[in-house]
Design a protein around this ligand. Structure first.
Ligand SMILES: *Cc1c(COP(=O)(O)O)cnc(C)c1O
Length: 234
């Protein structure tokens, strides 16, 4: 087996084990392969192993990979890094999903910039569940109101919520932060929003996220290996 394929099987086994431990069907949890900083060739290899959905942190890097990988049918790219509103146009063109909507203005720009003839852009509202001042996302208490506003925009399709837990080995802490995001989802549902997606959990904490209801985990390192430290991206 090629390395990515082997690593992928390990990740799928972790996801399945975590789902079963939580009394959930492993099929409820999808995998977003985080290919940031890795070349298009790595995405190709993962695609050949069966993956279709990839996460990128930088708008320009994602747009470049979109162009390089235009021959792969069904490839889906999600933006999982912070989005400046001046990059909204390129993001709305290059990506199938943006998981990092944290203010209405950016969502409005994405909606306005989504090219005609393309399906609506899938979006998640990112909430800052770790409470760290340096982290992106709206305050969890504002997430549902933002989701309601985003749901009204014509060229976006609200799908749910995204969050990043604080880097800690304390599983109870991880779970408490993921539970905050789940409560946003539950509250949004109670208000009638269609929000099937809870994107939470990465290489280090996907088990805790799945225990708290993640429907998508975003995994980079465990699939592609360690990123060069110079990328500066956690
Ligand atoms: C880099 C990144 C990931 C993947 O992290 P790993 O620890 O490599 O699995 C997931 N989500 C976001 C938002 C990221 O920036």
């Amino acid at each position: 087996m090629v390395p990515v394929e082997k690593a992928l099987q390990g990740v799928l086994a972790r996801i399945a084990a975590a789902a079963r431990a939580a009394g959930r069907d492993p099929a409820e949890v999808t995998l977003l392969a985080v290919s940031k900083t890795f070349p298009a060739a790595a995405v190709r290899e993962a695609y050949a192993a069966g993956l279709r959905a990839f996460g990128e942190n930088y708008v320009q890097e994602g747009a470049a990979k979109r162009a390089e990988l235009a021959d792969l049918p069904g490839l889906r790219l999600a933006l999982i890094g912070p989005l400046q509103s001046n990059k909204a146009r390129l993001a709305a063109e290059a990506f199938d999903a943006v998981e990092t909507v944290e203010r209405l203005k950016t969502a409005q720009r994405l909606s306005a910039a989504r090219p005609a003839g393309r399906p609506p852009l899938d979006v998640l509202v990112q909430a800052n569940i770790s409470g760290e001042a340096t982290k992106s996302g709206c305050a969890p208490e504002d997430a549902v109101a933002l989701a309601q506003a985003v749901a009204g925009l014509p060229h976006l399709r609200l799908r749910g919520f995204m969050g990043i837990a604080e880097p800690t080995e304390d599983v109870a802490k991880q779970r408490a932060q993921f539970a905050l995001l789940r409560r946003c989802r539950d509250e949004a549902r109670a208000k009638g929003l269609d929000v099937p997606v809870l994107s939470m959990g990465m290489t280090a904490d996907l088990e805790a996220a799945i225990a708290e209801g993640a429907t998508e985990v975003r995994v980079g390192t465990a699939i592609f290996g360690a990123r060069p430290a110079a990328s500066g991206v956690r």
